[in-house]
Write a protein that binds this ligand. Structure first.
Ligand code: ADP
Ligand code: MG
Length: 326
């Protein structure tokens, strides 16, 4: 397969037909640059994320899962900003032009591009060690993007879905076991909470997606907002798959495991009742896990009134706890 055949094939498989009303690109793949028109009254939200073999995924990962996940992690960033997906760019470095691998990779990506309504508008293709970089562009009503910096003292701290499933799947595989389907899907096929992010636009005071672990990502909200938080550990939403684990192991996966791609956000306490309607609308479970304080500290309270001291807060590249798969 030549570079140009490869690009053509990617385009054929991934290209979606933009729905009516979707801002399609003026000029897409085939020119030296894409031309995109931002509709009046809206702003662009731009995010980029790279996935590298052996750092972000296992070398034996299925190509379709890699294609899906590379796009999913970028869409999750758009979700946490409250943006609606519009276009994406795919910079792909491949060790060889293996057409079966490429078809599967593109199909995995196409599945998610189709359901989330995002259009492939360009990219770059090179040979080298496997690495996938996506830049995703979304649209948000002017001035309405959700950020990390607006949390207020007394705000309730909320997370979507369950925490720790993806880390549990990885933990199980690293120990030579086979994870249950639900945990495996959480790891390989995380669902970006796009509809939830849109619903939170008029409600949340701050928002982030949980990619590196709850404590690490919540830490970013606290730093940006100049606040602290108290979490009630027994409230952390978890799935039954983890019931057999020791309490300390489960807590570590839930607070620092990462790869959850759930949203963690804050809302004013008097608006708590609105969560139920959003749960119904989006089908996403929403759990209040604590509240924002003025202290600047992040405290995790155990059911007996003690304080939990985490072994680690989450994944960080270049840190000493960096260990193979992320
Ligand atoms: P140039 O050499 O001028 O940078 P390229 O040959 O890299 O152009 O790309 C030609 C066209 O194909 C461009 O529109 C580019 O955006 C698109 N393209 C290249 N690689 C990819 C890819 N992996 N996915 C989508 N579009 C791609
Ligand atoms: Mg050029």
């Amino acid at each position: 397969m030549s570079e140009f055949d490869l690009i053509k094939r990617l385009q054929e498989i991934i290209s979606i037909k933009p729905a009516a009303g979707h801002p399609s690109c003026v000029i897409g793949i085939g020119d030296d640059g894409a031309v995109l028109a931002v509709p009046p009254g809206r702003q662009l939200v731009v995010t980029t994320d790279t996935m590298v073999e052996a750092v972000h995924f296992r070398s034996r990962s299925a190509a379709c899962d890699l294609g899906y996940k590379a796009l999913a992690v970028n869409l999750s960033d758009l979700a946490s900003m409250g943006a609606e997906p519009a276009w994406f760019f795919l910079a792909l470095t491949l060790p060889s032009a293996d057409s079966a691998w490429l078809e599967s990779f593109a199909q995995g990506m196409a599945d998610l591009a189709g359901t989330s309504g995002i259009e492939l508008a360009g990219g770059d293709t090179t040979s080298g060690p496997l690495s996938i970089t996506i830049t995703a562009l979304g649209l948000v009503e002017t001035g309405k993007a959700l950020t990390r910096s607006g949390a207020q003292e007394g705000d309730l701290l909320v997370v979507s879905g369950t925490l720790g499933d993806a880390a549990f799947a990885l933990h199980t595989m690293n120990a030579g076991g086979t994870p249950d389907i639900a945990s495996r899907n959480a790891l390989d096929r995380p669902v970006p909470r796009l509809q939830l992010g849109r619903c939170l636009q008029e409600l949340a005071t701050s928002c982030i997606d949980v990619s590196d672990g709850l404590l690490a990502d919540l830490g970013h909200i606290l730093l940006a907002s100049g606040k602290g938080a108290e979490i009630e550990l027994e409230r952390l939403p978890g799935s039954n798959s983890m019931n057999a684990l020791e309490e300390s192991e489960r807590l570590e996966l839930q607070t620092a495991g990462g790869d959850d791609y759930e949203l963690c956000f804050t809302i004013p306490p008097q608006r708590r009742s609105e969560l139920e309607q959003i749960e119904k609308e989006t089908g996403n479970r929403l759990t209040v896990i604590g509240e924002i304080t003025a202290s600047g500290e992040l405290l995790c309270k155990t059911p007996d009134g003690g304080i939990y001291l985490p072994m680690k807060r989450g994944y960080e590249h270049f840190s000493r706890n960096e260990a193979g798969d992320k």
